[in-house]
Design a protein around this ligand. Structure first.
Ligand SMILES: C[S@@+](CC[C@H](N)C(=O)[O-])C[C@H]1O[C@@H](n2cnc3c(N)ncnc32)[C@H](O)[C@@H]1O
Length: 262
C-alpha cells in the first residue's frame, strides 16, 4: 500500500464520524455481528431524531457531504468499502464541523447488519457499477432490495442516480414486474426534468464525482425514486434481455483509468 494511502487510513482511524468495523466480525460466519450503533445511530451518534439517509457506494463522499450541507434537518451516512476515497469527504466534513454526516466503511452486502428495522428513511444509490454480467451484484437487484427493506422505514424511499442505460432499464423492468410504480422518474434528468421544480433543483444542485465526469462526457443522467416491497416480500426478476452499455467495457482489464476510478 502506498505511503499516501497509509497516512489517510491512519488519519481516518482518528476521525470520530468514521466507522470501520472489522469485516470478518460481520461476514456469513457471524451473521449477527454486534455493531454498537445498530439501532442507536440517532441516540448515540447524531444526538437527535432527525431522519437518517444512507448513501450506498458513496465513493469520495462528496454527495453525502453536499446533502448534509443542504439538509441540516437530516442525518447522512456514506457507505463504501474504499477508505482512500471516503477520506476526502470525511476530512472535508470534519474540517467544516458538519455534525449531520458520518461514514461507514464496509461491504454493502453486509449493510443490514449496521442498521436496525425502521432505522433509515432514505437510501441513495449513486452511480453504481451496473454489473451487467452479474445480476446479484447489482445494487438494485432483488437480493439487495430485500436487504434494504430490513432497515428502511415502511414509507422509506430509494433513490437511484445512474449514467447506465443498462442499469436504468434493468431497474425499471424489475419495478414494473413487481408492480412498483416509481414516485419520480427521468431518463435524462438534466434535459427532461422531474415534474416538481423544487425537487428538480434538489436533484441537480449537487453532483457526485462520477456524475460530473459522465456529464462531462455528454452522457444523460437517469433518476428513479421508488419504494421497495416490504420486508419479507418476494420479487420476480425481469426476464428481458437488456442491451449492454456500449460506452462501458466490462472486463476490468479493459477499463480506462476514469472508469476504474483510479
Ligand atoms: C462508480 S463508483 C461511484 C462513487 C460515487 N457514488 C460517485 O457517484 O462518485 C462506485 C463506488 O461503489 C463502491 N462499491 C461498489 N461495490 C461495493 C460494495 N459491494 N460494497 C461497498 N462499496 C462498494 C466502490 O468502492 C466505489 O467507490
Amino acid at each position: 500500500m502506498s505511503k499516501n494511502k497509509l497516512a489517510k487510513f491512519a488519519l481516518m482511524a482518528t476521525y470520530p464520524h468514521v466507522f470501520q468495523p472489522e469485516i470478518h466480525h460481520f461476514d456469513s460466519s457471524h451473521p449477527q455481528g454486534d455493531f454498537p450503533l445498530r439501532g442507536n445511530w440517532a441516540k448515540d451518534f447524531f444526538g437527535n431524531e432527525n431522519p437518517i439517509v444512507v448513501e450506498l457506494g458513496c465513493g469520495h463522499g462528496d454527495y453525502a457531504v453536499g446533502l448534509a450541507r443542504q439538509f441540516p434537518e437530516k442525518n447522512f451516512i456514506g457507505v463504501d468499502i474504499k477508505g482512500a476515497r471516503m477520506y476526502s469527504g470525511a476530512k472535508e466534513s470534519l474540517e467544516e464541523g458538519l455534525k449531520n454526516v458520518a461514514f461507514l466503511r464496509t461491504r454493502i452486502e453486509l449493510i443490514a447488519q449496521f442498521f436496525a428495522q425502521n432505522e433509515v428513511s432514505e437510501i441513495w444509490i449513486t452511480f453504481p457499477d451496473p454489473q451487467m454480467k452479474k445480476r446479484n451484484k447489482r445494487l438494485t437487484s432483488s437480493s439487495f432490495l430485500l436487504q434494504y427493506a430490513r432497515f428502511l422505514k415502511p414509507d422509506g424511499v430509494i433513490h437511484l442516480k445512474t449514467d447506465s442505460p443498462f442499469l436504468y432499464t434493468y431497474t425499471t423492468l424489475l419495478l414494473e414486474k413487481n408492480g412498483i410504480a416509481p414516485e419520480l422518474v427521468s431518463d435524462d434528468l438534466y434535459h427532461r426534468p422531474v415534474a416538481d421544480e423544487r425537487q428538480q433543483e434538489e436533484l441537480t444542485s449537487i453532483q457526485t464525482h462520477y456524475e460530473k465526469q459522465w456529464l462531462g462526457r455528454g452522457l444523460s443522467i437517469k433518476y428513479l425514486r421508488f419504494r421497495p416491497l416490504p420486508e419479507g416480500a418476494s420479487y420476480e426478476e425481469p426476464e428481458e434481455e437488456i442491451e449492454f452499455d456500449a460506452y462501458r467495457s466490462y472486463g476490468r482489464e479493459k477499463r480506462t483509468p476514469q472508469q476504474s476510478g483510479k
